[in-house]
Design a protein. Structure first.
Length: 354
C-alpha cells in the first residue's frame, strides 16, 4: 500500500474502491458504497478522495487499546476464558443516537498527526505475541470495518496460533468480508439495532446486507455470535423478537449464540433503561422460537449469563460478569449428564478454566 506522503503515515491508499468519471471514486469498504468527489470524504469521514484516488485517513490511528476477556465482546462460545488484545480507532458508518462509545464513534480521525496515537501492524503483533496471557486480537470499540486496511495487515502478520475477532455492525461489503476471512478472521460478534422495519428507516441502512454477510461468514466457517440491544419503545416489541429469532434460525442456525443486552441512556437517547423483565421476556420468546443458546447482557450476576445444556438444562459454564468461574464440559465439549454436543469454537476449549 502506498503512502500519500511521508508526513502523515495514517494516510494510505484504500484497498477497496472503484475509479469513476471526473475523478470521483466509489468506496467499496462498507455497504454504503459512497460515491466521493475529489477533495471530499465519505459518510464515515475516514475515507477521502485525493486526486482521484481513495485514501484511508486513520491507518494505525488507535483511539482505544486494552486487554479484555473475550466474554466482554460478548463472545461466550469463542475461546471461552481467553484474553484478547483489543483496539479501536475513530468514527462509524451508522448514526445510532444511543451509542455507548460515542466519544470515538462520533468523532473523525484527528486532523493533525501530532494528535494521533499511531501503531504499526508489526507493533500490534509484537505486543500480542510478547504477552503470554494474550490469546488473540480483536478490533472493537468503534466500527472496525472502517479500519479495514490496518486490520487486514495486522491479521496477515498474526500467527494462526492466535484468534482474529471483529465486534462489528456487520455492514462491510462482501468484498471486505472476504479479504478479512482470507487473512484468518475466525470470529465475529455482530450487533443488531432491531429488525428491518425499524432499522432501515431509522439508521438509513439495509439490514438485509447484514444477514447476507452473516450467511457468507457462517458458510466459510467463521464463528458468529449476535447481540440485540433492547431499547424500550423502539425495538422491544414481541413481534420484533420473534422476527429476529426466526431469522437467526432460518438464515443461520438455532445453535448461534444470541445475546439480548440491556440498554442504558447514552449520547442523545433519552429512553429509560431497559427493565430486567423486558430482557427476561425476550429470553423466553427466543427460547420458545427454538434458539438453543440465549443470553442476557449488561445485568451483572444474572443466571442467564451462564451456559446451560439445551437438552437437559445442566449448568455447563458459569460466568460472573466477564469471567468464567467454572466449567462442567467434558474435554470434547459434551454435557456430562446427557452427552449433548455443545458448540464451542475451537472444538477443544484449550483456554477454558475448569
Amino acid at each position: 500500500m502506498n503512502k500519500l506522503n511521508s508526513d502523515d503515515p495514517r494516510i494510505r491508499e484504500a484497498y477497496l474502491y472503484k475509479k469513476l468519471r471526473e475523478n470521483s471514486v466509489q468506496c467499496n469498504t462498507c455497504n454504503r458504497r459512497c460515491v466521493i468527489k475529489e477533495g471530499e470524504v465519505g459518510f464515515c469521514k475516514t475515507k477521502k478522495n485525493i486526486e482521484g484516488k481513495l485514501y484511508t485517513l486513520q491507518y494505525g490511528d488507535v483511539s482505544s487499546y486494552s486487554l479484555n476477556p473475550i466474554e466482554k465482546k460478548p463472545a461466550y462460545h469463542f475461546y471461552p476464558g481467553s484474553t484478547a488484545l483489543t483496539l479501536g480507532s475513530w468514527s462509524c458508518n451508522f448514526i445510532c443516537n444511543w451509542c455507548q462509545n460515542w466519544e470515538i464513534s462520533k468523532t473523525p480521525p484527528p486532523p493533525n498527526y501530532s494528535d494521533a496515537s499511531l501503531l504499526t501492524p508489526e507493533k500490534v503483533v509484537e505486543n500480542a505475541t510478547f504477552n503470554p496471557s494474550i490469546n488473540g486480537i480483536c478490533f472493537s470499540f468503534n466500527e472496525p470495518t472502517l479500519s479495514l486496511e490496518f486490520a487486514y495487515d495486522v491479521f496477515h502478520l498474526l500467527s494462526e496460533d492466535y484468534y482474529k475477532h471483529f465486534v462489528t455492525n456487520g455492514y462491510m461489503t462482501p468484498e471486505a468480508l472476504g479479504l478479512l476471512i482470507d487473512v484468518g478472521l475466525n470470529g465475529m460478534t455482530v450487533s443488531f439495532k432491531g429488525t428491518k422495519n425499524i432499522v432501515d428507516c431509522l439508521l438509513d441502512m439495509k439490514v438485509d446486507h447484514v444477514w447476507d454477510n452473516l450467511q457468507i461468514a457462517f458458510q466459510r466457517g467463521v464463528h458468529i455470535e449476535l447481540v440485540y440491544l433492547l431499547i424500550p419503545t423502539l425495538n422491544d416489541d414481541e413481534e420484533f423478537i420473534i422476527d429476529f429469532s426466526q431469522k437467526v434460525i432460518s438464515k443461520l442456525s438455532d445453535r448461534i449464540p444470541v445475546h439480548f443486552s440491556r440498554y442504558f441512556p447514552s449520547y442523545l437517547a433519552k429512553q429509560p433503561k431497559t427493565s430486567i423483565s423486558i430482557l427476561q421476556k425476550a429470553h423466553t420468546i427466543a427460547k420458545n422460537e427454538g434458539l438453543k443458546y440465549v443470553y442476557l447482557g449488561n445485568i451483572p450476576g444474572h443466571p442467564f449469563q451462564s451456559t446451560y445444556c439445551p437438552n437437559c438444562s445442566e449448568l455447563l459454564i458459569k460466568r460472573d460478569v466477564f469471567s468464567v468461574t467454572f466449567s462442567k464440559l467434558n474435554p470434547n465439549n459434551r454435557c456430562p449428564s446427557c452427552n449433548e454436543q455443545i458448540p464451542i469454537f475451537p472444538h477443544i476449549p484449550i483456554y477454558l478454566n475448569s
